[in-house]
Design a protein around this ligand. Sequence first.
Ligand SMILES: [Mn+2]
Length: 386
Amino acid sequence: MSDEHPPHGTDEAPRTDEAPRTDEPQRVVGPNDEHLPTGLDPYTAYDDFNLPSYVGSTTFQKLPLLTDVDVLAALRPDVAIIGAPLDDAVSNRPGARFGPRAIRAATYHSGSLNSLQLDIQPFEWLVAVDAGDAPIVPSDIDRAHAVIRRKVLEVASSGAIPIVLGGDHSITFPSASAVAQAVAPRRLGVVHFDAHADTANNTWGNLRSHGTPMRRLIESGAVAGRNFVQVGLRGYWPPPETLDWMRSSGLRWHLMTEIEERGAEAVVADAIAQALDGPDVVYLSIDIDVVDPGMAPGTGTPEPGGLLARELLRAIRQIVAQVEIAGMDVVEVAPAYDVSDLTAALAHRCVMEAISALAARRRDRGEPPRSARPSRASGISGPGGG
Ligand SMILES: [Mn+2]
């Protein structure tokens, strides 16, 4: 750690042996604040952004909560986090409605973060906000999808890249549809990480199931089938007739077995080229179950034999560095099945990896930094690491 970010402990011995001196003014700085310049009031020394992650606001990384569409349009953030707490559309274990809150909370880092992977402090380069949740109520999937679509469209129309926290995977239909609408006439390709193809026509009669969003996106014309690329498929779904529909619609997919043989980086390079074979921008959809359940157990339909966590994070860096991302989602985190918040932490890092890669892309293209994170009136950064 740098001197600017003092560790929780210090090399100095605690001053417990010092006798109080009655000729000194009363100390207002406690033992945990010994690195503060003299005279700072501990009550106001750290703003919310720099307080520990478990203290204060519960937005993503304590970013400003900014839900008003007019304010969003005026600020034009680079990135806006959106929660889509819906799990009415699952085919198996429910619980992903609690995903957005768990992902927002799954960090021990606060303040201005430093990506060691990309050698950049992303919030020094990008204006990022938390746009709050789509106003979902339970037990009405049509309504939930309508409000998700409107919320994502508001954010995307402001110029921000929406990063949507699911929620079950059905949310990708309204979310990617809104992004396609916002970027038109530019066309959208999709790179979709998942154990499952999610291309059923219906699930027990439900056209808006979490098993159907990719077919809806292609049928509706939001994305061309040939620019819909799937990575990580494995296990026992979809059945042959669904694969036939995928072939006839031009979808391209990369099985987990191909990743085992060729390595993730080569496969992801192919996926990028296929998604951008025509379109200008990419929507990135990440079902956390693409990662092996041993590293991401907190999900509704776990499928053994998946990616390593580090392979997925590297893939996100690879994609964001090479393409223009127009939108992103991270879905199917179901905290009730999680172990020690591992899955929520991985989903959180997927988002941070994308934000950091967006910042690095700006730097590497020679564009100036742009930051509107909360001002640090005290000029003091909170301790990180741990
Ligand atoms: Mn899945």
